[in-house]
Design a protein around this ligand. Structure first.
Ligand code: FES
Length: 144
């Protein structure tokens, strides 16, 4: 079996939603403690819906493919759904990632959560802090 699925190769070679959103409503940036790679997610939010999403990364091919797939999965969806997105669901949607590359898909999940949190914080929106379990103790996050 090939190391990477066709879907991983497709999203790696033709990543969707790469770039920056000027005046984004929420921005999330996280680093991967395992490899030092960085991921940044930009969200445009209309009401409760993610109307646009873009990403930039200094990540490997698996991180690029994961972010491309993850952004496709949350575009047009309510914030609550975006917060439910797990790196496992992203990896499954890509027809799997090699075990030693699963940590790369965590970048996308964490950056999306961080961007939603940024939106909530900027707009003074109250939220359930337990939805962001990593934020308090996370060594990845650039905010302290
Ligand atoms: Fe760093 Fe994949 S090796 S994100």
């Amino acid at each position: 079996m090939a190391l990477y699925s066709e879907k991983v190769m497709d999203h790696f070679t033709h990543p969707r939603n790469v770039g920056v959103i000027e005046n984004a409503d929420g921005v999330g940036e996280v680093g991967n403690a395992k490899c030092g790679d960085i991921m940044k997610i930009y969200l445009k939010i209309d009401g409760d819906i993610i109307s646009d999403v873009k990403f930039e990364t200094f990540g490997c091919g698996s991180a690029i493919a994961s972010s491309s797939m993850a952004t496709e999965m949350i575009k047009g969806k309510p914030l609550s759904e975006a917060l439910q997105l797990s790196n496992k669901a992203v990896a499954e949607a890509l027809d799997g990632l090699p075990a030693h590359k699963m940590h790369c898909s965590v970048l996308a999940e964490e950056a999306i959560k961080s961007a939603v949190k940024d939106y909530y914080d900027k707009n003074g929106i109250d939220y359930d802090k337990s939805q962001f379990p990593d934020c308090a103790s996370c060594v990845h996050c650039h905010e302290s």
